[in-house]
Design a protein around this ligand. Structure first.
Ligand code: AMP
Length: 481
């Protein structure tokens, strides 16, 4: 199925029979031909642990309370049984997935649409910050599954465009993050508009009291499914994604540098030119910054490293080549300002912090245009974790990009925070210092914050081992690093 950048899904093609060669098992789990075909097309050969646990329980129509983060494969974990529960001959919305952010709505809708591409199930992502018209029109044409932010879902219900009376399955995904941005009452109101006979699945990386209360009120004898907190690449590294609107990475970085917890930061850029520019911008902002890349002379490099070791710098902006093998004592943060060229480089970069038993935080700033690359990194790390063939790296490095919990306190300069707060919607772990903005327009974006202009592009199924090809950078090859 072709996915557009619009918030809607195009109707799926008519169900197509699976070719006889498609296996009718997903690991040990039997699957129907349409799903088997989609799984094969997506390159999903074996279920992840959360899928192994959640799919059989959900197929029994039991409620599930899942403690798992994004990156574990939980979308297909609830998505496969959800799609199986849909009667494509009926027109009404039969499943609703509530999510905290627009990006997650798109991501989950995309995954469900791909899994359901041969079933005839129609999936729609609904979220605030964009006009209601298209979403209302698409709903009127008939949608089986809605993945939406609570604010927009309520808005559509209030307008009579979204009717949840035929919902069989409700999923609350990233429930703790929805709690953080104040969506708890909306979640409960929405569930109240669905039939009491519905099946409910709730996924949350953490289980604060409020989420347990919600589960108690809204679920019937749920089966708990928990996936062990992941091993970090280096155990002490906390990995976070922070989504930022186009052009706002500098602001996001400055906010972090202003935080008292950020004592020494290594900031990665992909080209020497970009590294120099960022260092200049930061210097102009009053930060003590060094720069390190392949075009710096040996003398310059040594001076910067000496300054670093003497505690004279707050941040070092570097390209990958210059940072290779660097061991910077006291480094508290690694920032992926630009995403790395390859997923392997991601692992390498974040390993710059958390060294020698010290704790460290790796923050990846993800603009809309970085979404595909980020997904590729997540897939790579998920494969590493599962020890899938064809994946380089040792099991000791196995990881996925999901943060361990335990956020740090402290807040950057207040005047810089709000807009970033709205966009802090990482799949890994939102930075809770900037959570709890007022939800507005059905999204976690506060009123006044400009919506990103283009949703992440769709991600076609890819070969497991393929490498991303970046468009030409336009500069001379030696400018790259
Ligand atoms: P999720 O936690 O659902 O966001 O999934 C994390 C990543 O793992 C996504 O990129 C999925 O496409 C990928 N994924 C999910 N299930 C599988 C599977 N069984 N085999 C391989 N990749 C998977």
């Amino acid at each position: 199925m072709t996915l557009t950048t619009a918030p809607t899904r195009t109707p799926t093609p008519a169900p197509a029979p699976a070719p006889s060669s498609a296996p009718l098992f997903f690991g040990d789990l039997p699957v129907g031909p349409s799903l088997a075909r989609a799984l094969a097309a997506m390159g999903y050969a074996t279920p992840t642990p959360i899928q192994e646990q959640a799919i059989p329980v959900l197929r029994e129509r039991r409620d599930v309370l899942g403690q798992a983060q994004t990156g574990t494969g939980k979308t297909a974990g609830f998505g496969i049984p959800l799609l199986e529960a849909i009667d494509t001959r009926a027109r009404g919305v039969q499943a609703i997935v509530l999510l905290p952010t627009r990006e997650l709505c798109l991501q989950v809708a995309d995954e469900l649409a791909r899994l359901g591409q041969y079933t005839g199930v129609r999936v729609l992502a609904v979220y605030g910050g964009v006009g209601l018209g298209r979403q209302i029109d698409t709903l009127a044409r008939g949608v089986h599954v809605v993945a939406g932010t609570p604010g927009r879902v309520e808005d559509l219900m209030a307008r009579g465009a979204l009717d949840l009376r035929n919902v069989r399955v409700a999923v609350l995904d990233e429930a703790d993050r929805m709690l953080d941005v104040g969506f708890l009452p909306a979640m409960e109101r929405i569930l109240g508009r669905t039939p009491p006979t519905r099946q409910t699945a709730l996924f949350s990386a953490t289980m604060p009291e409020e989420i347990r209360g919600l589960a108690h009120r809204q679920m019937r004898d749920p089966v708990t499914v928990a996936i062990e907190p992941e091993r970090a690449t280096v155990d002490e590294i906390e990995q976070r994604i922070e989504r930022v609107p186009d052009g706002d990475k500098l602001l996001a970085l400055r906010r972090h540098l202003d935080s008292p917890g950020t004592r020494l930061a290594l900031v990665f850029r992909r080209t020497t030119h970009k590294a120099d520019k960022l260092a200049r911008d930061l210097e102009r902002g009053g930060y003590r910054v060094g720069v390190l890349h392949g075009r710096r002379s040996q003398g310059q490099r040594e001076r910067v490293l000496a300054q670093l070791k003497a505690g004279q710098l707050q941040a070092l902006v570097a390209t990958d080549i210059a940072a290779r093998g660097l061991d910077i004592p006291g480094l508290t943060h690694v920032f992926n300002y630009d995403l790395p060229d390859t997923p392997e480089t991601y692992v390498h970069r974040i390993g710059r912090t958390g060294r020698a038993g010290a704790s460290g935080i790796a923050i990846t700033l993800v603009a809309p245009e970085d979404e595909d690359d980020m997904r590729e990194i997540e897939r790579f790390l998920a494969r590493k974790r599962q020890g899938m063939p064809g994946t380089p790296g040792t099991p000791a490095e196995a990881t996925r990009p999901a943060a361990r919990q335990g956020q740090r306190g402290g807040r950057g300069r207040a005047e810089k925070a709000p807009q970033q707060a709205a966009q802090t919607n990482g799949q890994m772990s939102p930075d809770r210092r900037f959570s709890r903005p007022r939800p507005a327009e059905g999204d976690a974006r506060p009123a006044g914050a400009s919506p990103a202009t283009s949703p992440p592009p769709s991600s076609p199924a890819r070969n497991r081992n393929n490498r991303r090809r970046r468009p030409s950078m336009g500069g001379r090859p030696d400018e790259r690093r």
